[in-house]
Design a protein around this ligand. Sequence first.
Ligand code: SF4
Length: 380
Amino acid sequence: MNRYTPRPTLTAQSHTSSQLVDQWPTAAWKQSFRRKLLAWYRQNARDLQWRRTRDPYRVWVSEIMLQQTQVATVANYFPRFIAAFPSIAALAAAPEPQVLRLWEGLGYYRRARQLHRAAAVIVREHGGRFPREAAAVRRLPGIGRYTAGAILSIAFDAREPILEANTVRLLSRLLAYRGDPRQTAGQSLLWSLAEELLPRRATGEFNQALMELGALVCKPRDANCGECPVRSLCPTHRLGWQRLVPMAKAPPRVEQVREAAVVVRRRGKVLLVERQPGERWAGLWDFPRFPFDGDDAPALIDGVAAAAGVICRPLQLLETFKHSVTRFRITLECHLADYVRLASDKRAAAPKTQWAPTDDLEAYPLSVTGRKLARLVAMR
Ligand code: SF4
């Protein structure tokens, strides 16, 4: 039985995409797909903490944490965050450094700052209750179409579609889509499929089932078609195109970078610099850190003077860390130095600095390498 028909209502924008999809699912196909998917999900869904609730605040926090972050990592952070900020009002009332401290290590700190700002907006404009209208939700800082759809469907069973990394892959394969799903035409096509697939009820469960199938079975490299509940409906499986669909992303251009971080000591305290808006790790504290191409003490002295406005005397190399931030592969040399005096010239661009007692460093939100260095200093 042919379960597909040519797609009936393509918009002008998605017309190019129509040439890259042979057929569009029929009503019978969609019905069969929903039934098989939900039956599989009820048997196979992972028991994740944020799935035990439909409280929109908890759903929201989990969705923001899960952006760009593995489920196993979020499982460690989510309960601590909720314990510290059990309500939207508690989050809104917390100082930003406390929010960032609990986010420390999750990366993409903009997410935490926007979550914090959005909590304040909800308290101010919605009486502390998470809004139920899509337009109001999408006006909140850090919430786009996907996140709004996920929260509203999971918390309120609103009929809102979702499209994120796992479902982009899954839906591309369900269409055997040969275009680039990240481009506008591909996105438009997949959003309309996500919308058409939605059942009338239990949309939250359905959206979570789509994501779960993408995460556990229809994986990026190795689609496990043998275990897939919808393989009889899947053209990519039939055509053997699992490695071709979705179209691969161009690999990012990796750049090697060398930097130095300097622990400047002064009477039991160390010098910290607050990262400013627009900088990497904005809102976090860090040791004076700068691009470092030289090999000598004068280059370190100049770097600290420019980054933090003090003159120091370098003592020794403590450690070298290698880490990645987006496409940058960073070699970070960590040095120890003693404070000498304030820099007399204007090389430093008025950074916000603080002398932090070594014993208090645990209270400051730091980058991952900043934290490693702080622990190294505390052990000395
Ligand atoms: S049959 Fe294979 S390619 Fe198709 S949805 Fe299932 S896992 Fe993905």
